[in-house]
Design a protein around this ligand. Structure first.
Ligand SMILES: *Cc1c(COP(=O)(O)O)cnc(C)c1O
Length: 381
């Protein structure tokens, strides 16, 4: 079996796969399902440390991003899009699609957003209905300080939409103290459930803004207001994918039951970065490394496709290349959720070293051994 070590989709634990196969009820008509769905959503809100309501939508994580933009944007609305990564910039498309007027806050892709520069920008212009920002921009692995950024937006009366798809569960997130209005996650990243489900958590202010619109939301599937009162009305906008939701619920329980879930990500990420540096490899990022993914520069003279091919064919380990402006420039290890474990990371390190060696690039230490040694010192402090 191929070992999947990509930044999503990630490995799925057996109890999640099993849960998806249990007998199902009619999710529209069986009132017990509404309780199960709500319980699961409430657990998510607790993980995100918020009083806001969470929702599970049938559709890959992109649906959450689009739904946030579809539901908030009215034609002509000014929207600030924080552009310090490929997903960050990507919000522009969704905002424009629903008639919004995008203002980009451009910032280098190899480091987090500079808070004081953003603060200075907002002092001059803060006339935005909402702003979008990516927590971990997965192509580079940069982690933005959403607590500071969204608090800043809030102080200017700007609603915030956060793409936390590749950071949710793997990084500590506190929605309430960060003043986040809509935050989106997906099933297939650190949660380690199969792909196909969006998680969104929405503030009352965001719902109030949607309800105050002059024009109707021009979508049905991406209309978050359709979910708002599902529990009171015992009505979902469409039949819920009950088996997918059973799987997600089990995966959420797995997160809750593991003490130190976030710390595990931190330790693995730190050990990986230190070992890779020791071995002589470089990162695309200058600072702001997320704990869920590491993007390594492709060494000069080599190609990403050769490295990935050898790792896959000879070692049975799959990591990822990249796309957009980082295409061919980095290879990425997704150490999130079920992937973030020592044994699998040792396999990755070994496979990477072997592939590089075969391509004529010698590392300056044994990557696997260094990784393991560093990990042990970190996790036993
Ligand atoms: C994975 C991911 C998404 C969802 O995108 P897909 O390419 O469909 O998997 C959205 N935002 C971020 C930051 C992601 O990492």
């Amino acid at each position: 079996m191929l070992k999947i070590m990509t930044p999503g989709p990630t490995q799925v634990r057996e109890n999640v796969r099993m849960k998806r196969s249990i007998e199902v009820t009619n999710p529209d008509l069986d009132l017990e399902f509404y309780d199960f769905y709500k319980d699961t959503c409430d657990k998510l809100s607790r993980i995100l440390k918020t009083e806001n309501s969470s929702y599970i939508l049938s559709g890959e994580a992109i649906l959450g991003l689009e739904a946030a933009c579809a539901s908030l944007t009215e034609p002509g609305d000014r929207v600030l899009v924080i552009d310090n990564g490929i997903f960050g910039r990507g919000f522009e498309d969704f905002v424009k699609m629903y008639g919004g007027e995008v203002v980009l806050f451009e910032s280098e892709y190899d480091r987090p957003v500079d808070i004081s520069r953003l603060a200075a920008f907002l002092e001059k212009d803060s006339d935005f209905k909402y702003a979008t920002v990516v927590h971990c921009d997965t192509p580079s692995g940069v982690l933005n300080d959403i607590e500071k950024i969204c608090t800043l937006f809030d102080s200017h009366g700007i609603l915030s939409v956060v793409d936390s798809v590749s950071s949710m569960f793997g990084q500590d997130i506190c929605v309430d103290t960060s003043h986040i209005d809509i935050i989106c996650g997906g099933s297939q990243k650190a949660l380690s459930a199969p792909v196909g489900i969006t998680l969104v958590c929405v503030s009352d202010r965001a719902f109030a803004s949607m309800e105050a619109r002059k024009s109707p939301i021009s979508s049905f599937y991406a209309n978050l207001l359709n979910y708002k009162d599902y529990y009171i009305n015992k009505w979902f906008p469409y039949s819920m994918p009950i088996s997918d939701i059973y799987g997600v619920a089990q995966a959420i329980d797995n997160v809750i039951e593991e003490e130190g879930f976030v710390q595990r990500h931190k330790d693995i990420a730190q050990a990986a970065r230190k070992a890779l540096t020791q071995a002589g490899l470089e990162f695309y990022l200058k600072s702001g490394f997320a704990d869920t993914i590491t993007a390594i520069k492709v060494p000069q003279g080599l190609t990403d496709s050769d490295i990935l091919r050898i790792m896959k064919e000879k070692y049975g380990v799959m990591i990822a290349g990249c796309f957009g402006c980082l295409s061919g420039k980095v290879i990425r290890i997704g150490h999130m959720g079920e992937n973030a474990n020592v044994e699998d990371m040792k396999l990755v390190m070994d496979a990477l070293q072997g592939a590089l060696k075969e391509l004529g690039f010698e590392l300056s230490c044994n990557l696997k051994e260094s990784f393991y040694a560093i990990f042990l010192t970190l996790s036993f402090i």
